[in-house]
Design a protein around this ligand. Structure first.
Ligand code: ATP
Ligand code: MG
Length: 322
């Protein structure tokens, strides 16, 4: 039986429309998220991870525009809905997100309770009893106690603040949750606690989620499948095993794995990848990783490879891996 896809993304492109050029931050992405699954999205800074997340929420930052493709959420093509319908039916209710750096933007002069109430009312209407019940439920769900509700954000630790923003992504009970770098600003101990929390939530609430990080070590802990992005495109997608067994990877993934302290084979030197990712506003004919690839051939300069199936759930965009 085919597994149910809660999210299906087809040829999605989102460009930042600058006066003189387009920044192609999301460039023709096709992938899906199964029901109950955790999909990790990894890649270096600037490769388009947050841009993808905001596109899935149908709220790209100005001057971003979804220029092509479809997002099908729970059977509904949300890319053809207007903003009004998205706001009423979809955003936060069907798909929700923990923004990158969200915990630092909790309004400082309002108590946690009032922050949570205000947001709840905006989306679900003003029903205080229902709202307080829901808040209490999710405060507990993220491992906090209700006494925290009367505090102000500055009276909370980083880990507690992160639990609050996670509770706020969950409490409208969306089917798909996106976590954008939820552990990046935290120390390693708190980072591990948040990862464990998200794992528990996955089991208990049966949510489907996308977990964005630049850290292949972190994502190996949590994701069923992993999508590797480079220069606004997907270069590899596969199961946790496909990616981490190291049997066959896109040259970029292979280099990322060797540059990840938690994962690298201790007999080898920890590597770094020289150079920097390509500009997203210049059209490149060949492979975008060409300049930095240590396996490149002349062919790679001519063809921009598309994803090719190399295993059950494993796809790689590289002419050397076909
Ligand atoms: N509002 C904007 N206007 C113009 N360009 C933007 C805007 N937001 C992002 N970009 C550009 O889009 C590209 C992708 O950025 P994005 O924030 O999606 O990357 P990221 O993978 O999330 O990076 P990080 O790991 O640092 O969070 C970058 O080149 C960035 O400069
Ligand atoms: Mg980002």
């Amino acid at each position: 039986m085919e597994r149910e896809k809660i999210l299906n993304v087809k040829n999605l492109s989102m460009y930042y429309k600058l006066e003189d050029r387009d920044v192609k931050a999301v460039n023709n992405l096709t992938f899906h998220l199964y029901k109950g699954e955790a999909l990790g999205v990894v890649g270096e800074s600037g490769c388009g991870k947050s841009s993808l997340a905001l596109s899935l929420m149908m709220m790209p930052n100005i001057p971003g525009e979804i220029v092509d493709g479809e997002i099908i959420l729970n059977g509904k093509t949300i890319t053809s809905l207007n903003e009004n319908d998205i706001r009423k039916q979809i955003r936060w209710k069907e798909i929700a997100m923990v923004f990158q750096g969200a915990m630092t933007s909790l309004t400082p002069v309002i108590t946690i309770k009032n922050i949570m109430l205000e947001t709840y009312y905006i989306h679900m209407g003003k029903n205080r009893k229902k709202a307080m019940e829901t808040i209490a439920k999710y405060i507990k769900e993220v491992g906090l106690t209700e006494d925290i509700l009367n505090r102000y954000p500055h009276q909370l630790s980083g880990g507690q603040k992160q639990r609050i923003v996670i509770a706020m992504a969950l409490y409208l009970e969306a089917k798909v949750i996106i976590f954008d770098e939820p552990t990046t600003a935290l120390d390693v101990v708190v980072q591990a606690q948040i990862i464990n929390l998200i794992k528990t939530l996955k089991k208990e609430l049966n949510i489907s989620f996308i977990f964005i990080t630049h850290d292949l070590g972190v994502v190996s802990e949590i994701a069923d499948r992993i999508c590797v992005m480079y220069g606004g495109e997907i270069v590899e997608i596969g199961t946790n095993k496909d990616i981490y067994s190291g049997e066959i990877n896109h040259p970029y993934t292979a280099r990322l794995l060797k540059a990840t302290p938690l994962l690298y084979d201790k007999r080898d030197e920890l590597e770094f990848i020289e150079g920097s990712p390509p500009s997203l506003s210049i059209d490149i004919t060949g492979c975008k990783f060409y300049d930095r690839c240590n396996e490149k051939t002349n062919r790679c300069k001519e063809i921009n490879p598309s994803l090719k199936k190399i295993g059950d759930e494993h796809y790689i965009a590289c002419v050397l891996r076909e």
